[in-house]
Design a protein around this ligand. Structure first.
Ligand SMILES: Nc1ncnc2c1ncn2[C@@H]1O[C@H](COP(=O)(O)OP(=O)(O)OP(=O)(O)O)[C@@H](O)[C@H]1O
Length: 561
């Protein structure tokens, strides 16, 4: 900050008349030494500022990303029914990057501009108070304009991020379902839809560009007006002997500094407003509390969970469709150690029953209990650690088979290779995994796309085994019935042995292994009993469903012949 002041002194020294060369050389040398010191300190301070701001800014971004991810993962399942994956990913990547940029580059440059402007203005007053008061009259209108501009930019930025999130959402969904897009030959129309979405981003960016051009034009012009004022008024002050040439030079340099700082501040302010726009979307997410808390409930550490479950007068509607209950006063008892097959027409709520047991949703009325405990009183993590699930279309992650199986364990770190091999053997998966060139280290592709349906299910069974074996049996298990493949069926039967099982049965073979069958229809359990008993009821829904399935199977076999 003292550099322009010292430079002014250098100029005054040069223009001082009557000084001999030796004295002038001595004065110039000491001024130049001082200036070198000032430049060195300034350079070092600048480097330190950039390093500190960048590293602490990046740390903030890292923490912000972790907090956002944690906030997303702890939301209730209904939140994900309403949200779009691509939008959430956009918040995690683009919005955090925007806030990060706003903090790192922008805040650092902004703080420097504030310091520089403040020091420059003070020095201008120090060098010439009358000239400073005259020149700085231009600052208030420019500041007013900046505030107006910033507000508008903030709203544009939020709209841009929203439009970008929609485009990302579309791209994410279509890319991850590329086979469907290709099968329906929709590549071109999808490209067009995506382009329309990015057009919205573009038109907002164009609005921002117009605004930015106008604003920067005005601030540039204001800077030039300041310089002209200094030259005009400063020239008059010099002519009336109220200012030296060195002082005018210093003042001019400070004016440049202040002008550049004000331009920097405007850009800082606009970037900050853009950061706020993206930040608003992040705070909304960070502020959002899960619908039911994940901690704080009873953990029955010493207790063995036998899995005897009861649905008592349960009424439930999905939060996204609150007007149409899936269950109305549904009651069902699953005694410990039994296999209960749940059947019913498509859409009758069989999978919903399992979601409620896992406490992915809470019923609107009634109670679900396991071993006599209302599941709302149990810690959901603990509850789920005793429940193994295998779904009809299991989802694997794009990592190795080893990691996919280990994912089932409550304590993933404690899983040994032997645990994984054992689970794979019981699940009839060991041989096919070992036949791959990379064995258990084979990476399965996104959602396990590189494996067949039956292979995925056997890996999913091994994963579920690791889960329910760790708290030691008897524990509890739920499944949607599996591929009609002998090896998968055998693995599933081994998994069910000695446990309480609720199985969503679509096939006759699955139902035959069950101790009891519950038939769902019209929002409740309409029949419940042993397989043979239910078949004996000629008017019953179970009998009709079985007859229909037997007929369909016959038709299929006839078509194959
Ligand atoms: N996440 C959800 N949000 C809103 N409604 C849902 C959700 N999941 C399922 N539903 C609705 O709840 C009803 C029951 O669905 P569910 O998947 O439990 O039936 P299901 O008996 O398992 O069907 P299927 O035999 O076809 O697999 C259906 O009408 C379905 O549209």
């Amino acid at each position: 900050m003292s550099a322009p002041f010292l430079l002014g002194k250098v100029i005054d020294t040069i223009y001082t008349t009557g000084t001999d060369t030796e004295t002038m050389a001595a004065s110039l040398t000491s001024l130049c030494i001082m200036l070198t010191g000032v430049f060195l300190v300034g350079g070092a301070a600048n480097a330190a500022r950039v390093y500190l701001m960048q590293s602490s800014g990046q740390k903030i971004v890292r923490n912000l990303r972790a907090s956002i991810f944690s906030s997303i993962l702890t939301q209730e399942v209904a939140f994900f029914d309403r949200s779009r994956t691509g939008e959430l990913i956009n918040r995690l990547s683009a919005d955090t990057a925007m806030v990060g940029r706003s903090i790192t580059d922008n805040l650092s440059d902004g703080l420097r501009a504030v310091a520089q402007a403040a020091a420059g203005v003070s020095m201008m007053f120090y060098v010439s108070p009358s000239l400073a008061s005259f020149v700085l009259l231009i600052v208030p209108p420019v500041a007013g304009l900046a505030i107006f501009y910033g507000r508008y930019l903030r709203s544009i930025s939020k709209r841009t991020q929203d439009a970008l999130a929609q485009a990302t959402q579309l791209a994410e969904e279509r890319i991850s379902n590329m086979r469907t897009v290709r099968a329906f030959g929709k590549e071109l129309s999808e490209v067009n839809t995506y382009t329309e979405k990015t057009d919205q981003v573009f038109s907002l960016a164009r609005k921002e560009a117009v605004l930015r051009a106008g604003f920067f034009g005005v601030t540039g012009l204001s800077g030039n007006i300041m310089i002209l004022s200094v030259l005009y008024k400063g020239g008059l002050l010099m002519a009336s002997q109220h200012m030296t040439v060195g002082e005018l030079s210093s003042f001019l340099m400070y004016t440049f500094w202040v002008g550049i700082s004000i331009a920097g501040l405007s850009s800082f302010y606009s970037e900050l407003m853009k950061g706020f726009g993206a930040g608003t979307r992040l705070w909304e997410l960070l502020d959002r509390k899960p619908e039911f808390p994940l901690n704080g409930q009873i953990i029955l550490l010493q207790k063995t969970l036998y899995g005897g479950s009861e649905f008592d007068d349960v009424t439930f509607a999905y939060p996204t469709r609150s007007e149409a209950p899936i269950f109305q006063n549904l009651s069902l008892m699953v005694p410990a150690g039994t296999i209960m097959a749940v059947v019913g027409p498509s859409g009758s709520g069989k999978s919903t029953l399992v979601s409620l047991l896992l406490r992915l949703y809470d019923p609107d009325a009634g109670m679900i209990s396991i071993d006599g405990h209302d599941i709302r009183d149990l810690n959901p993590y603990w509850l789920r650690s005793h429940i193994g699930t295998v779904s009809q279309e299991p989802v694997l992650f794009s990592c190795s088979i080893r990691d996919n199986i280990a994912y089932g364990a409550v304590d993933q770190e404690a899983v040994t290779t032997e645990d994984i091999y054992r689970a794979a053997r019981v699940a009839n998966a060991y041989n096919f995994i070992q036949a791959f060139p990379q064995g258990f280290d084979t990476v399965v592709g996104e959602k396990g796309v590189l494996l067949s349906g039956g292979q995925k299910q056997r890996i999913a069974i091994a994963r579920a085994l690791l889960r329910v074996n760790n708290p030691k049996p008897p524990s509890f298990f739920s499944a949607l019935d599996a591929e009609n493949e002998f090896l998968v069926q055998e693995a599933l039967e081994r998994l069910m042995e000695g446990r309480t099982v609720v199985i969503i049965a679509h096939r006759l073979s699955t139902i035959q292994n069950a101790n009891a069958v519950a038939v769902l229809d019209q929002q409740r359990v309409v029949e419940c009993g042993r397989h043979a008993e239910l078949l004996g009821n000629r008017q019953g829904l179970f009998r009709k469903l079985m007859e229909k399935q037997a007929f369909l199977q016959e038709e299929q076999q006839r078509a194959l012949r």
